[in-house]
Design a protein around this ligand. Structure first.
Ligand SMILES: [Zn+2]
Ligand SMILES: [Zn+2]
Ligand SMILES: [Zn+2]
Length: 448
């Protein structure tokens, strides 16, 4: 049989390899080459040519995955690369990005593979979980904004708006949704468990969240329901993500090591607010004290506990969501990754900080989808450059920026900080490790 394969053009090969590298930052060249051939069975390409193209793109260096905790490990947020995350699914046509793992200190970041000109929307993204700002939060509890996407209703009497079907005279639920689609999506990922008409304990939890302005706790609640309501056994006919898939996304968000038992241990009893938050979280979503509520909750989250793996799954959820240590660690994870308006975004959470950011985040869809973000190039960005946002207001002076960045357990060493630090008499050298552990932990938990 003759070989019917043909060599691809340079540009086809280049874009295919750029995409493959983006999806597989840790693969060596031979494996990447094999993957290329398996994905493009009609192509005739030598490994040498693959190597040459990767070299020309500057993509030969494989990225080392995160190593297990070292002596230094506790000082930095730990993050995991998410298998199968394809940044190209998010980007605009003609633009390409890859995820890179730098080192334990810096963690992961995003690097552009193509040139990007100023003002370009690099990608758009919807949140994995949403804990809107209080102004918007109040609109949702007053039935004038969508409980799923948080978009305020331009016409609250529009016939398109869908009410929560469980709202009744005896059990009130204020939830309203833009349309049937938002109702379906919202019900699937959270409202089933958070509907006050179906789960009265969720109402108590939300009152506490609102009184304490605790956005990170709200975000954690939203992630938790997403995990609890995901399918244990994936249904091949339905594209619903499975618990494992949702879990991998949740775990890919960097976390601070707030579970450091030694430091927390002596402080645990000093924080009645954290304990109370944990009690309300657990009773609303996992283990309510009364039998009737237990039964009700089991019924609402039945998808999670139907399978033969019930016990294994239950144990994992209990340990990794509903133990006090995990709760604190997960709160830290939320506040570390929340976007300023309260969304938790998978790709956005990969962005590192710089005091001279080259990317800005915009909410451009106020009337149709408020939490959808657009990432926009603030200047021309050349292929190979890393993308940065600023975690703090870049207008602040260097000392104030460094102070704020401690909330991310982070000391900025960007060119601007170096220059400004020198100008004010090496102010950077004066940034001491925080002594007020309680204050630091509070900040880490998103409780300010
Ligand atoms: Zn909506
Ligand atoms: Zn409801
Ligand atoms: Zn800086």
């Amino acid at each position: 049989m003759s070989d019917t394969r043909t060599p691809p053009s340079d540009s086809d090969l280049t874009s295919a390899l750029a995409a493959l590298r983006g999806e597989n930052p840790t693969l060596g060249i031979p494996k990447l080459h094999a993957l290329l051939l398996s994905k493009n069975p009609g192509w005739l390409v030598s490994e040498r040519r693959t190597r040459k193209v990767l070299q020309s793109l500057g993509l030969t260096n494989t990225v080392k995955g995160p190593t297990s905790a070292s002596a230094e490990g506790l000082k930095y947020p730990s993050s995991k690369l998410l298998d199968g995350l394809d940044p190209l699914k998010y980007t605009q046509k003609g633009l390409a990005l890859r995820v890179e793992y730098f080192d334990q200190k810096k963690g992961k970041g995003l690097v552009v593979i193509t040139d990007v000109s100023e003002g370009t929307i690099i990608w758009r993204e919807d949140p994995f979980a949403l804990a809107p700002e209080w102004e918007i939060f109040d609109l949702t509890t007053n039935s004038v904004a969508c409980t799923f996407c948080s978009t305020p209703f331009s016409d609250p009497s529009s016939p398109l708006i869908a009410k929560c079907p469980h709202n009744s005279y005896s059990a009130y639920c204020p939830a309203r949704f833009c349309n049937r689609l938002c109702l379906t999506r919202g019900t699937k990922i959270s409202h089933t468990l958070l509907c006050p008409a179906r789960n009265p304990k969720a109402k108590e939890l939300f009152q506490f969240i609102r009184v304490n302005h605790w956005m990170a706790l709200h975000a954690l609640v939203q992630c938790t329901t997403r995990l609890l309501l995901s399918a244990v056994v994936p249904n091949p006919r339905q594209p619903d993500p499975s618990l494992d898939e949702e879990w991998a996304v949740f775990n890919s968000f960097a976390s601070l090591n707030l579970e450091d038992r030694e430091s927390l241990g002596s402080h645990q009893h000093m924080h009645p607010t954290w304990k109370e938050a944990f009690r309300l979280y657990r009773q609303a979503l996992w283990d309510p004290p009364a039998d009737a509520d237990k039964k009700r909750l089991a019924k609402l989250s039945k998808r999670t506990f139907q399978s033969a793996e019930t016990e294994v799954v239950r144990k994992k959820l209990n340990e990794e969501l509903f133990s006090y240590d995990a709760f604190l660690r997960n709160l830290g994870r939320m506040s570390l990754n929340l976007e300023g308006h309260g969304g938790l975004y998978v790709l956005h959470s990969h962005l590192n900080h710089s005091c001279t950011p080259n990317v800005s985040v915009r909410h451009l869809h106020q009337s149709t989808n408020l939490p959808r973000i657009s990432l926009i190039a603030k200047r021309d960005i050349a292929a190979g450059e890393e993308l940065f946002i600023s975690y703090v207001d870049p207008v602040l002076p260097v000392s104030a920026r460094q102070q704020k960045l401690r909330e991310w357990s982070f000391r900025c060493e960007c060119e601007r900080c170096k220059a400004e630090g020198l100008a004010v008499g090496d102010e950077l050298g004066e940034v001491r490790p925080p002594t007020d552990l309680e204050k630091e932990l509070k900040a880490g938990l998103g409780l300010f």
